[in-house]
Structure formats: C-alpha cells, structure tokens
Design a protein around this ligand. Sequence first.
Ligand SMILES: Cc1ncc(C[n+]2csc(CCOP(=O)(O)OP(=O)(O)O)c2C)c(N)n1
Length: 550
Amino acid sequence: MSSVSAAIAHALKPVAPQIFGLMGNGNAHLLDAAIRAGFDYTAVRHESAAVSAADAYFRISNQLAIATTTYGAGYTNAVTALAEAAAARTPLLFVTGDAPSTGLRGWDVDQGAIDAGVRAPRYVVDRHTPGSTALQAAAHALREQAPVVLAIPYDLAAAECAGEELPDLASLACLPPRPRLEPAALAQIATKLNASKRTHILYGRGAIDAAEQVKELAQKLDATTSGTLLARDLLDYEFDLGITGGFSTEANAGIIAQADTVLVLGASLNQFTTRFGELINESATLIQIDLGPAATNSRVDCFATAEAQSAARDLLDAVQLAESSWCSGLDLSDLRSRPAGDEKAEDGLLDPRRVASELEKILPADRVLVQDGGHFIGWGPMYWSTTGARSLACVGTAYQSIGLGIASMVGAGAAAEGRTVVLAAGDGGFLMGLADLESIIRTIDSGVIVIYNDSAYGAEVHQYGSIGLHEDPMLIPTVDFAGIARSMGATGVRVEELADLAGVRQWVADGARGVCLVDARISARVRAPYMEEVLAANKKAAAALALQSD
Ligand SMILES: Cc1ncc(C[n+]2csc(CCOP(=O)(O)OP(=O)(O)O)c2C)c(N)n1
C-alpha cells in the first residue's frame, strides 16, 4: 500500500525531477513524498513564482518541470503565471491541491472553471490510478506543448491506494507526426524562391531546432537571415543580420526592406516582429510556413502548414542554387551598431542605452538572459549578447504581464548549467516580484539583476503620460534596491554615474559568484525605438477611429 501522493511522486520522478513550490494543506503530502523520493525541490516565496520558475526552466533547458501549490489561495496566487505559460505554450506540470472530492468548502473556489478560463488542460487524480493520471498529465504537457494542471482533491492526498501498473511515458508523450509540406505547396514555394533575386529568411521560435537546415537553405538561396526576439542567436551564418523587428538596428531593417521575397519559418509575424507592417517591403512576396492551419498575418501572400525543420530540409532539396550575389554585395559593416548615447540624459540621470552597452562589456559572456516586461525590455536584446538558442526567456510577454520575470530567474538558474543568469527588470515589475528576491539570492550560483530604475512605471509614462493623462499613478518613489539586496546577503551596487559600474567590475573580477544587483538610476526620458513605433501605431489607430466616428 502507498499513498496517492507517494504514487504521484513515484510516477513523476523519472519524468520531471525538478520541483518549484510553496507548501500548504493541499500539497504538504505531495511535497513530503517528493522530497523522500529524491526530487530536486526549490522553495519559492510566492506561488506565481513556482509556475514562472518551472516555465523558465523549460524555456532554457527544454525539460519538463513541476510547479506545486496548495489549493484555493495558493492556487489562485499562481493563476497569472499559469495564463502566461498557456499563452506562451510552455509545457510544465502544475500539481496543485484542490477542494475535497465531496465538494467545495468556504475557502475553495472552482479551480476547474479557472483552469478552463486560462486554457490549461486539467487532470484530477483518484485513489485508484494516481500515478497513471500523473503520467498522462505529463505526457499531455509534452505532446501539446502546454501547461497542464494535475489536481489532488484534499481528501485524497494522504489516502491509501493499491499498487498500479504504470504506462510508458514515451508512448503516451509520443508526438503526432508533425506536418510536412504538401508536394503542391513545396513546388509553389520553391518556384517563388527560385524566381527571387533578394531572399530574406526570417525565423522564429518554431524554427529553434532547425538551425542547420535554415543555414544551409540560406546559403543555397544566397539569402540573408534574421531571427525574432525568441529565436535570436540561432544561426552562426555570415549573412545573419541578427535580431529582427522592433529591436533591430536601422541597418538590419534597411537590408530586410530590400528583399523581394521573405520566407518566414516558425514565426507568428506579430506586430513587433513586423514593426507594425513597416519591416517588409510592400512589393515583396511574403511566404509563411508554420504549424497552424492558416497565415497569422494578413500581409502573407503564400501560406503553408508545416514544421520548420522538415520544411527547410524539403525546400533545400527542391530549390536551385541561386545565381544572384545579393549577399556578397551587401555592406554589413554597420549592422550591429546602435546609438549608445551620452552618459547622462538631459535630466541628469543615466542614459539606459549607455548603461546597457557598458554592462555588455563587463558582464560574463557565458550568460542566460531573463527579462521582466516594461519599457526597458528592448535594452537587453539590443545591447546584450547571449549564448545561442534557448539562452533568452521573457516570461510574461505572451500574456503581457509584468512581475513574472523576476522569479523566472530562479527557474533559469536551475537550468543554466554554469552560465551566469542576467535578469533585466524595471523598478515597477521588480517590486511586484520582490518576494522572490530571497529565492534568487538563496539559489543562484552566478547571477546579475539589472534594475532600470526610473522611479516610474515607465511604459505607462511613455504611452499615457505622453498623451496628457495624469502622471501620479505612473510614478514610484525612488527605491534603494541595492540596499535591499545587501540586506538579504547579495552584492548591491547603486549606479548613478558610469564610474559606479566599478562595483560590478569588481564582482566579476572576484569570480562572479552569488548575486549582484545593479540599481541603475536611469532617465525616463530616453524612449526606445520600439516604443516610438507603438506610439505611432496608437496614433494612427486613434486617427482612424476619429475618422470613422465623424
Ligand atoms: C500584472 C500587470 N499589471 C500591470 C500591467 C501594466 N503595465 C505594463 S508595463 C507597466 C510598467 C512597468 O514598469 P517598470 O517595471 O518599472 O518598467 P519600465 O516600464 O519603467 O521600464 C505596467 C504597469 C501589466 N502589464 N501587468
């Protein structure tokens, strides 16, 4: 005889041995069983951190992790992070306590309804087959690339259960065959690519396992390439232009605008990637290949459903060696250069671009980058390098939440394999995630937290202060984050002058061990180029609306 919780732990240990969690009545037995079974358990201080850490763990390691909370209040504390994982399609297993099987108590909520509301598939264990149900949930997460909830009714957590025969995860998780290009679509796209004189290949997260194939296809087509934010640094290719869309350089965008054919592999072509429609020349042919059933941008001329790796391989066989010499004629000398600004902006506070570009020279190069959301979000991808695919995680951007990126550092740290984890955050988002600064300092071997501290919810100042809304709700009293970090045992460096970065240099020179928090006192006046694009698009939309109502 074993308990339901022990059976779940026994089944999941070989599948997802990493747990992030916070205990309570609903998961006390599960955590006891998991720790006895030898799971790697990381305690966090707010339940949303459990889910965000498991989310980031997958994004960096490509391995499934478990998040666990108690029922009711613990569960609802995690819901925003669960909605983010669902929107971002991150596989993880959220093992949570739930109301007893006899019905809701005063302190329970209908968790099934909430799971459905955030589009998280849900499995509920019973006392007969808890291990099999747990494995089915894990397999579902991997197969469908989704966060899956495994609910343990309160009255069953410690209940006895008889032994059960466990299914084989590999057969449960077996991916359905991923779609290949239909012959007619393959021929049609190959014809368009053969006719092209200046081809650009734009790859996204869906092409992250297709680096070799994309590079070979680009070489054969004499094509330039670029990646979306989440696929940056994928290719080691001399005509790769780097990051595309709102965070690209002007030189990069100028080259993409010359392309007469753009092949998009595994990218959804959202408004940031397309620079609100400005990225791709109006006369260019736009081809999109993605897993979904239809084009995700109305500008697409030719769409085909297929998985990126096989599509690139099939196209490689189908296209002719290009005769053009577009790439070799390009001037790439200025490609990565960006304005770094002076030390200070007009208000006497630091220019964030300069802070970011100085930090690029100081921080250890072997790094993983995690980011929260906010106006600052462009500075990291624009000024900091990372180490290949799966070295950048932006937990929160799919659901457009701030605050989740802070604890994502805990999950990225567990997956970083010796690399330094660098977190970029604003003061607003960091205050929201502050509870887990303790988890970060306790668990990260080598980490840097850069806070772009502008004493404001800067994104709101740019979007709403700029159109005359009252700024009081947008402002934050200046917080001494370096002091907070020191009080919790980390290194804290307040940076008001570039010379203050000497404290960070020293931390690196001392071996870059533990956590160094950089409290960068930046100006809110330096607006990121992507924000200019957002504001211009907002203005255009408002003008169109005004015209309609005239
Ligand atoms: C949970 C949540 N609450 C509120 C918002 C609205 N919001 C978007 S950006 C932002 C400001 C973020 O400020 P900060 O973290 O200081 O970064 P900054 O914009 O100053 O760079 C806010 C409040 C949100 N996206 N998510």
